[in-house]
Design a protein around this ligand. Structure first.
Ligand code: ADP
Ligand code: MG
Length: 590
């Protein structure tokens, strides 16, 4: 084993004089005051290596012994990951807290998985089968999923199954299969193995273009700013704009299997809130706790910065592991700005040539590299799996013209701009309808959503004008446009997260509602003045809100729909040509 001695200390970076071989991203341990502190090699120059310490580096001194592990920073993979709350180094947090009190003791590393728990294994492979990396040898039930016990991902060679354990209960370290390589070497396989976090898992046949929407059941997202399964999106997160509420709503209702939350470097209070809230959330699919299909990786701003970086990679590696099982995973990283700050801090310590705002020049490629690990893939057995990544950014002062936001916007497929102005007005979700965008296709044909967006834009223009010239100075025609814009916002874009019906709207219901809304939007009216117009849209709005709160296709729903149509008839004076053609197109598509 390679050893070394500390020759320099600079915050949580130490310089080590190395005796022997060492490689980039190798894990090392620094022995300080009887403790073994975990670190990672981040630069090698001649016989000197720079290490970032994942722990509070206090007390480290010149001459301290260092041991290099020859392993890259890795995570343990195997059954039992779900429902866990880990720190960035995959230490289970509740257990750590139980052992060390609220402040985690340095140098304590616990097994990420329960070593003693027995799992009911069902073999699938047979002796004589040819297998390779990520092929399924058998399964164990984990929560509501069938967890695949796979050939470890680093065995890219062709192996033959020699022995496979019979169905029964096994611990994760028990050998459940014996394989043989082409040199006749025996390879025992257990239910768990490690994988280096910075190396993407690519044991699939091919990457596919993400086209199918990841239905979140939030109208504003699914209809106007959709996210594809296997796609990426970015959410700027001003404090109090509703990030946490939105994240929880998406975690509960989105059509995905597993949620991984990487709470990265936010204030301890917010992280604790996530940790407290999540186990309380119920899973609409099962009625049990959502934690059963969730993993939380958590790092607060009071933990060492190096661990933030680790937590982002740990999270995405766990996501890749479950994707290999043919599952759909949503990874929510909050906040990637804190992670970027950690990169900046280390880059400063390394005295690298800084880029914009002192971020390292490679910031953009690091961010791109992270989002590129999202994706929809076809596995070797033709099933598909996906990772969708949603990352929040929290730029200082809400200024998007800064390197982290800009680098992120270059690579993601959708942008959900949370707006302070909207949340102050209690318009939820506070996603800004004029500033957000998506490159993915959603539940509704784009010609329809563009038509509605155009009304939103023009309605907003009229609103701005009205602030200057007053209502009197506005034509009836413009005023109607303004009312239509407000109408779209209040009955379609805004959605009540706390209403049992309105909180989650199915694809079918979104399409149905959109068509009804659209019929109102393309209607020409014969209002005799602004007052009449205002009264009409107020009534219409109230009916739509009741309708949104009524059970899908129930008595009340059907009654309100008829009332909406007859209210429309009282004022409707024909339909707008272009809109009508679009409406016909939807109806045909259905
Ligand atoms: P953030 O995480 O961005 O700081 P939160 O998600 O904690 O903000 O939201 C702050 C407050 O705003 C919540 O406590 C809640 O009162 C209100 N809020 C946020 N989103 C919604 C929503 N969709 N519906 C109703 N109230 C909301
Ligand atoms: Mg929050």
């Amino acid at each position: 084993m390679t050893k070394g001695k500390v020759v320099g200390v600079n915050g949580n970076m130490v310089t080590v004089e190395v005796q022997g071989d060492v490689s980039m991203n190798e894990v090392a341990f620094v022995y300080t005051a009887g403790k073994k502190l975990k670190a990672e090699v981040i630069r090698i120059r001649g016989r000197r290596a720079e290490l970032q310490i994942f722990e509070m580096s206090r007390g480290i001194g010149i001459g301290d012994e260092v041991e290099f592990s020859a392993d890259l920073l890795s995570v343990r993979l195997g059954p039992g990951l779900l429902a866990q709350i880990y720190d960035g180094l995959q230490n289970p947090l509740p257990e750590l807290a139980a052992r060390c009190g609220f402040f985690l003791e340095r140098g304590v590393y616990l097994s990420p998985l329960d070593e003693e728990k027995k799992w009911a294994f069902t073999p699938l492979a047979k002796p004589g089968d040819a297998v390779t990396a990520a092929d399924t040898l058998g399964t164990v039930p984990e929560g509501i999923f069938s967890h695949h016990i796979m050939v470890p991902f680093h065995r890219r060679d062709s192996l033959k199954v020699v022995k496979i354990a019979p169905a029964g209960d096994y611990r994760i370290r028990d050998t459940i299969a014996e394989l043989e390589d082409d040199k006749g070497q025996r390879v025992p396989v257990t239910m768990s193995f490690s994988w280096p976090v910075k190396r993407p898992v690519t044991c699939y046949r091919e990457r596919l273009r993400p086209i199918e929407p990841m239905v979140t059941k939030i109208r504003m997202i699914d209809t106007f700013f959709p996210v594809a399964r296997g796609g990426t999106y970015c959410i700027p997160g001003p404090f109090g704009a509703g990030k946490t509420v939105l994240q929880q709503a998406i975690s509960r209702n989105a059509e995905i299997d597993i949620v991984i939350i990487a709470a990265c470097g936010e204030r301890a209070g917010e992280v604790v809130e996530t940790l407290k809230e999540f186990p309380k959330l119920s899973d609409p699919k099962t009625g049990r706790t959502l934690m059963e299909r969730t993993i939380i990786i958590c790092n607060t701003s009071s933990m060492p910065v190096a661990a933030r970086e680790a937590s982002v990679y740990t999270a995405v590696t766990l996501a890749e592991y479950y994707r290999q099982m043919g599952l759909h995973v949503l990874l929510l990283a909050d906040s990637t700005s804190r992670w970027a700050q950690a990169l900046r801090e280390m880059s400063g310590r390394l005295e690298e040539i800084p880029g914009e705002e002192a971020f390292p020049a490679y910031l953009e490629s690091v961010i791109a590299g992270f989002y590129e690990r999202a994706g929809l893939v076809r596995l070797r057995d033709n099933r598909s799996g996906s990772i969708t990544i949603g990352g929040t950014v929290s730029p200082a002062g809400g200024n998007f013209d800064e390197p982290v936001t800009q680098s992120t916007l270059k690579v993601v497929g959708a942008f959900h701009g949370l707006s302070r102005e909207r949340s102050d007005a209690r318009k939820y979700p506070a996603i800004h309808p004029l500033e957000s965008w998506s490159k993915y296709s959603g539940l509704i044909d784009a010609v329809g959503t563009e038509y509605a967006r155009d009304i939103l834009f023009r309605g907003n223009e009229v609103n701005q004008m009205m602030k200057v010239v007053g209502e009197e100075g506005t034509s009836l025609e413009d005023y109607e446009l303004f009312l239509k814009g407000e109408f779209i916002d209040s009955v379609y874009l805004q959605q009540d997260t706390f209403d049992p019906v309105d909180a989650a709207v199915s694809t079918e219901r979104q399409r149905h509602l959109f068509r009804l809304l659209f019929t109102v939007l393309i209607s020409r009216f014969d209002f005799d003045g602004k007052e009449t117009a205002r009264v009409f849209f107020n009534q219409m709005r109230q009916k739509f809100l009741d309708y949104n709160g009524s059970a899908w296709q129930g008595e009340e729903f059907k009654r309100l729909e008829i009332e909406i149509m007859s209210l429309l008839e009282t004022r409707k004076n024909g339909l707008e040509e272009k809109g009508l053609r679009i409406l016909e197109k939807f109806t045909l598509a259905k």
